[in-house]
Design a protein around this ligand. Structure first.
Ligand code: Z5A
Length: 208
Protein backbone atom coordinates (compact mmCIF):
# COMPACT_ATOMS: atom_id res chain seq x y z
CA UNK A 1 0.00 0.00 0.00
CA UNK A 2 1.46 3.41 -0.94
CA UNK A 3 1.99 5.99 1.80
CA UNK A 4 0.03 9.23 1.61
CA UNK A 5 2.63 11.95 1.39
CA UNK A 6 3.10 14.53 4.10
CA UNK A 7 1.95 18.11 3.65
CA UNK A 8 4.34 21.00 3.11
CA UNK A 9 3.15 23.74 5.43
CA UNK A 10 5.00 27.07 5.59
CA UNK A 11 4.66 29.81 8.17
CA UNK A 12 5.49 33.30 6.95
CA UNK A 13 5.13 36.79 8.31
CA UNK A 14 7.02 39.84 9.47
CA UNK A 15 9.58 39.72 12.22
CA UNK A 16 8.44 38.63 15.69
CA UNK A 17 5.03 37.49 14.47
CA UNK A 18 5.57 34.22 16.34
CA UNK A 19 6.54 31.92 13.46
CA UNK A 20 9.15 29.89 15.35
CA UNK A 21 6.96 29.51 18.43
CA UNK A 22 3.99 28.43 16.32
CA UNK A 23 5.93 26.06 14.06
CA UNK A 24 7.19 24.22 17.14
CA UNK A 25 3.74 24.20 18.78
CA UNK A 26 2.22 22.90 15.57
CA UNK A 27 4.70 20.03 15.27
CA UNK A 28 4.01 19.10 18.90
CA UNK A 29 0.25 19.31 18.38
CA UNK A 30 0.38 17.20 15.20
CA UNK A 31 2.63 14.61 16.83
CA UNK A 32 0.28 14.36 19.82
CA UNK A 33 -2.61 13.76 17.45
CA UNK A 34 -0.73 10.83 15.90
CA UNK A 35 0.63 12.52 12.77
CA UNK A 36 4.26 12.42 11.68
CA UNK A 37 5.58 15.99 11.58
CA UNK A 38 8.95 17.71 11.51
CA UNK A 39 10.17 21.28 12.04
CA UNK A 40 12.41 22.86 9.39
CA UNK A 41 13.63 26.45 9.35
CA UNK A 42 15.19 28.87 6.90
CA UNK A 43 17.73 30.22 7.01
CA UNK A 44 19.32 26.96 8.10
CA UNK A 45 22.37 28.44 9.80
CA UNK A 46 23.98 24.99 10.34
CA UNK A 47 25.37 24.61 6.80
CA UNK A 48 28.45 26.37 5.33
CA UNK A 49 26.17 28.61 3.31
CA UNK A 50 23.98 29.18 6.40
CA UNK A 51 26.99 30.26 8.40
CA UNK A 52 27.72 33.00 5.81
CA UNK A 53 24.08 34.10 6.10
CA UNK A 54 24.41 34.17 9.89
CA UNK A 55 27.50 36.39 9.64
CA UNK A 56 25.57 38.73 7.35
CA UNK A 57 22.51 38.89 9.60
CA UNK A 58 24.60 39.56 12.69
CA UNK A 59 26.48 42.34 10.85
CA UNK A 60 29.79 40.47 10.80
CA UNK A 61 30.03 40.25 7.01
CA UNK A 62 28.81 42.34 4.08
CA UNK A 63 27.33 41.05 0.80
CA UNK A 64 25.62 43.04 -1.92
CA UNK A 65 21.85 42.58 -2.24
CA UNK A 66 22.05 40.10 -5.12
CA UNK A 67 24.70 37.92 -3.46
CA UNK A 68 22.84 37.55 -0.16
CA UNK A 69 19.61 36.86 -2.05
CA UNK A 70 21.27 33.99 -3.91
CA UNK A 71 22.82 32.65 -0.70
CA UNK A 72 19.37 32.49 0.96
CA UNK A 73 18.06 30.68 -2.12
CA UNK A 74 21.01 28.26 -2.21
CA UNK A 75 20.32 27.52 1.45
CA UNK A 76 16.84 26.26 0.43
CA UNK A 77 18.18 24.29 -2.54
CA UNK A 78 20.55 22.48 -0.17
CA UNK A 79 17.46 21.09 1.62
CA UNK A 80 15.25 20.26 -1.35
CA UNK A 81 16.12 16.55 -1.71
CA UNK A 82 15.88 15.95 2.03
CA UNK A 83 12.48 17.68 2.18
CA UNK A 84 11.16 15.72 -0.80
CA UNK A 85 12.26 12.42 0.77
CA UNK A 86 10.59 13.22 4.10
CA UNK A 87 7.33 14.28 2.42
CA UNK A 88 7.25 11.07 0.38
CA UNK A 89 7.75 9.09 3.60
CA UNK A 90 4.50 10.62 4.85
CA UNK A 91 6.06 13.22 7.15
CA UNK A 92 4.43 16.63 7.26
CA UNK A 93 6.97 19.46 7.24
CA UNK A 94 6.25 22.61 9.19
CA UNK A 95 8.60 25.19 7.73
CA UNK A 96 9.65 28.42 9.46
CA UNK A 97 10.09 30.95 6.57
CA UNK A 98 10.61 29.94 2.93
CA UNK A 99 10.96 31.44 -0.55
CA UNK A 100 8.37 34.13 0.23
CA UNK A 101 10.68 35.64 2.87
CA UNK A 102 13.45 35.36 0.30
CA UNK A 103 11.52 37.44 -2.22
CA UNK A 104 9.87 39.85 0.24
CA UNK A 105 13.08 40.90 2.04
CA UNK A 106 15.04 41.37 -1.20
CA UNK A 107 12.20 43.12 -3.04
CA UNK A 108 11.88 45.45 -0.02
CA UNK A 109 15.48 46.50 -0.76
CA UNK A 110 14.51 47.38 -4.33
CA UNK A 111 15.33 44.25 -6.36
CA UNK A 112 12.66 43.30 -8.90
CA UNK A 113 10.13 40.61 -7.99
CA UNK A 114 10.86 38.62 -11.14
CA UNK A 115 14.59 38.64 -10.51
CA UNK A 116 14.01 37.57 -6.90
CA UNK A 117 11.62 34.76 -7.83
CA UNK A 118 13.85 33.21 -10.50
CA UNK A 119 16.31 31.30 -8.27
CA UNK A 120 13.33 29.84 -6.37
CA UNK A 121 11.82 28.28 -9.50
CA UNK A 122 11.86 24.49 -9.12
CA UNK A 123 11.82 24.38 -5.32
CA UNK A 124 8.91 22.51 -3.73
CA UNK A 125 5.65 24.45 -3.67
CA UNK A 126 3.94 24.49 -0.27
CA UNK A 127 0.46 23.00 0.10
CA UNK A 128 -0.37 25.73 2.59
CA UNK A 129 1.17 29.06 3.57
CA UNK A 130 0.01 30.37 6.93
CA UNK A 131 0.73 34.08 6.81
CA UNK A 132 0.86 35.57 10.30
CA UNK A 133 -0.13 39.23 10.42
CA UNK A 134 0.83 41.59 13.21
CA UNK A 135 0.50 45.34 13.63
CA UNK A 136 3.68 47.41 13.84
CA UNK A 137 2.89 48.34 17.45
CA UNK A 138 2.50 44.69 18.49
CA UNK A 139 5.69 43.75 16.64
CA UNK A 140 7.73 46.47 18.38
CA UNK A 141 6.47 45.40 21.80
CA UNK A 142 7.74 41.83 21.41
CA UNK A 143 11.03 40.71 22.96
CA UNK A 144 14.25 40.64 20.93
CA UNK A 145 13.20 43.06 18.19
CA UNK A 146 16.09 45.14 16.88
CA UNK A 147 19.06 42.83 17.45
CA UNK A 148 19.77 41.80 13.84
CA UNK A 149 19.97 43.36 10.40
CA UNK A 150 16.54 44.28 8.93
CA UNK A 151 14.99 44.65 12.40
CA UNK A 152 13.71 48.20 12.10
CA UNK A 153 10.20 49.51 11.76
CA UNK A 154 10.50 51.22 8.34
CA UNK A 155 12.07 48.22 6.66
CA UNK A 156 9.55 45.81 8.18
CA UNK A 157 6.75 48.00 6.81
CA UNK A 158 8.18 47.58 3.28
CA UNK A 159 8.57 43.83 3.84
CA UNK A 160 4.90 43.60 4.83
CA UNK A 161 3.88 45.34 1.57
CA UNK A 162 6.06 42.91 -0.40
CA UNK A 163 4.52 39.89 1.34
CA UNK A 164 1.08 41.23 0.46
CA UNK A 165 2.01 41.35 -3.22
CA UNK A 166 2.98 37.66 -3.05
CA UNK A 167 -0.30 36.65 -1.39
CA UNK A 168 -2.09 33.93 -3.37
CA UNK A 169 -5.52 33.01 -2.06
CA UNK A 170 -5.36 29.55 -3.68
CA UNK A 171 -2.95 28.31 -1.00
CA UNK A 172 -2.33 31.14 1.47
CA UNK A 173 -4.25 31.76 4.64
CA UNK A 174 -3.99 35.07 6.51
CA UNK A 175 -4.05 34.65 10.27
CA UNK A 176 -4.12 37.49 12.80
CA UNK A 177 -1.18 36.71 15.11
CA UNK A 178 -2.19 39.29 17.71
CA UNK A 179 -3.70 36.77 20.12
CA UNK A 180 -2.44 34.47 22.83
CA UNK A 181 0.08 31.80 21.91
CA UNK A 182 -2.27 28.91 22.58
CA UNK A 183 -5.26 30.50 20.80
CA UNK A 184 -3.10 31.03 17.77
CA UNK A 185 -1.86 27.43 17.82
CA UNK A 186 -5.47 26.21 17.82
CA UNK A 187 -6.36 28.30 14.79
CA UNK A 188 -3.26 27.18 12.87
CA UNK A 189 -3.77 23.53 13.85
CA UNK A 190 -7.24 23.57 12.29
CA UNK A 191 -5.86 24.78 8.94
CA UNK A 192 -2.95 22.33 9.11
CA UNK A 193 -5.27 19.44 9.86
CA UNK A 194 -7.57 20.28 6.93
CA UNK A 195 -4.58 20.41 4.60
CA UNK A 196 -3.14 17.09 5.82
CA UNK A 197 -6.54 15.40 5.41
CA UNK A 198 -6.77 16.67 1.83
CA UNK A 199 -3.39 15.24 0.76
CA UNK A 200 -4.53 11.83 -0.54
CA UNK A 201 -2.75 11.31 -3.90
CA UNK A 202 -1.89 14.96 -4.55
CA UNK A 203 1.44 15.19 -6.42
CA UNK A 204 4.14 17.52 -5.16
CA UNK A 205 4.20 20.76 -7.12
CA UNK A 206 7.04 23.14 -7.82
CA UNK A 207 7.41 26.89 -7.46
CA UNK A 208 6.50 29.25 -8.95
N1 Z5A B 1 15.46 36.31 5.52
C1 Z5A B 1 15.76 36.79 4.24
O1 Z5A B 1 16.12 37.96 4.08
N2 Z5A B 1 15.67 35.96 3.18
C2 Z5A B 1 15.28 34.66 3.32
O2 Z5A B 1 15.23 33.92 2.30
C3 Z5A B 1 14.96 34.17 4.64
C4 Z5A B 1 15.06 35.04 5.69
C5 Z5A B 1 14.53 32.75 4.82
C6 Z5A B 1 16.37 36.00 9.98
O3 Z5A B 1 15.30 35.08 9.87
C7 Z5A B 1 16.24 37.06 8.93
O4 Z5A B 1 16.46 36.51 7.63
C8 Z5A B 1 14.88 37.67 8.88
C9 Z5A B 1 14.39 37.48 7.46
C10 Z5A B 1 15.62 37.19 6.68
N3 Z5A B 1 15.06 39.06 9.15
N4 Z5A B 1 14.30 39.81 9.73
N5 Z5A B 1 13.77 40.66 10.21
P1 Z5A B 1 14.90 34.21 11.10
O5 Z5A B 1 13.69 33.42 10.76
O6 Z5A B 1 16.12 33.49 11.58
O7 Z5A B 1 14.45 35.38 12.10
P2 Z5A B 1 14.18 35.23 13.57
O8 Z5A B 1 14.79 36.45 14.14
O9 Z5A B 1 14.60 33.93 14.14
O10 Z5A B 1 12.60 35.14 13.62
P3 Z5A B 1 11.62 36.30 13.86
O11 Z5A B 1 10.95 36.52 12.55
O12 Z5A B 1 12.29 37.46 14.46
O13 Z5A B 1 10.63 35.84 14.94
P4 Z5A B 1 9.38 34.81 14.85
O14 Z5A B 1 9.90 33.45 14.57
O15 Z5A B 1 8.31 35.35 14.00
O16 Z5A B 1 8.82 34.91 16.33
P5 Z5A B 1 9.19 34.01 17.65
O17 Z5A B 1 10.68 33.86 17.72
O18 Z5A B 1 8.34 32.83 17.72
O19 Z5A B 1 8.70 35.01 18.76
C11 Z5A B 1 9.23 36.33 18.88
C12 Z5A B 1 8.99 36.86 20.32
O20 Z5A B 1 7.60 37.06 20.51
C13 Z5A B 1 9.44 35.89 21.43
O21 Z5A B 1 9.93 36.65 22.51
C14 Z5A B 1 8.15 35.17 21.81
O22 Z5A B 1 8.18 34.71 23.14
C15 Z5A B 1 7.13 36.26 21.60
N6 Z5A B 1 5.82 35.71 21.19
C16 Z5A B 1 5.59 34.67 20.35
N7 Z5A B 1 4.26 34.46 20.21
C17 Z5A B 1 3.65 35.41 20.95
C18 Z5A B 1 2.26 35.72 21.19
N8 Z5A B 1 1.26 35.02 20.64
N9 Z5A B 1 2.00 36.76 21.99
C19 Z5A B 1 3.00 37.50 22.54
N10 Z5A B 1 4.34 37.26 22.36
C20 Z5A B 1 4.64 36.23 21.57
Amino acid sequence: MSTTRGALIVLEGVDRSGKTTQCKNLVEWLSKSGKKAKYINFPDRSTDCGSLIDKFLTNNQEFNDETIHLLFSLNRWESKSKMEKLLKEGITLVVDRYSYSGVAYSAAKGLSYDWCKNPEVGLLKPDLVLYLTLTCEAMLSRKGFGNERYENKEFQKKVRECFEKLYDSSYWQNVDANRSEMDLTQVLAKYADETILSMSNKPLKLLW
